[in-house]
Design a protein around this ligand. Sequence first.
Ligand code: DGY
Length: 299
Amino acid sequence: MVGTLRAELDAALRNRYGAERLDDLDAFAAADAVVAVTSGVCGVRAEHLDRLPGLGAIVNFGVGYDSTDVAEAARRGVAVSNTPDVLTDCVADTAVGLVIDVMRRLSAADRFVRRGEWEHGVPALARRVTGARVGILGLGRIGLAIAHRLAAFDATISYHNRRERDDVDYAYAGSVLDLARDCDVLVVAAAGGPQSQRLVDAEVLDALGPSGFLVNVARGTVVDEPAMVAALEDGRIAGAGLDVFADEPRVSAALLDRDDVVLLPHLGSATVETRAAMTELVLTNVERFLSDGTLVTPV
Ligand code: DGY
């Protein structure tokens, strides 16, 4: 039984993150389910809990669990777990990749070559990454791993969290606005959910300014997406590198033809190694819950 469960979950999880939305519970759930395996895009909310009376645990495939109503789950005695740590490095790698790509216009240059335009000219100049001032919104595990990597580029790091950390030497900005004002690239690594909804709004984007870049590897909801599109269209920010979107897997049509944006399909954790580790942690949580009612990595 456990072997079958392992094989089925393994096949279902590895390459599916973000591809599906939970619009119709009947499509995936059985009313007598004891454990629900979810993702950051496809979670369990109060209306689903109403229809899952036997549910004991929600095991999230991913570190971000903002798609699930954790408070409501707790109120009903349903435990929730996630997959912390195992994806930190890959998501941080993705963030650094986006910083380099959008600032150096690598994807734009790739398209330039493919379109055969090199024979007629050269692409627009990019911006230097080495020595850039990087503002990190959300200096948690992933934010810190991003900062460590960017140290190799002599970046000046500042950050904003709800509270200042006493274990780092990076400059603390008291608000998102202050953070944006003093950086060349604003990297969003904050957890999703109501408390971070649209923290990066039109005012913050204006503070980032016409030479500033936005990179988001956290949640699309942290950025006011229409305001970001408007800022790009008006040249009020220089570009955006995005792994996440407000309404995944849908991407605003206005972004698709722009050379100043890099668009990724939420692949921060999508490597063979990391997805295997995440899958293993999900399976371990499911098995532990089925055997003794506890979770290995509760949130
Ligand atoms: C997560 O696990 O929440 C991330 O979004 C994966 O990229």
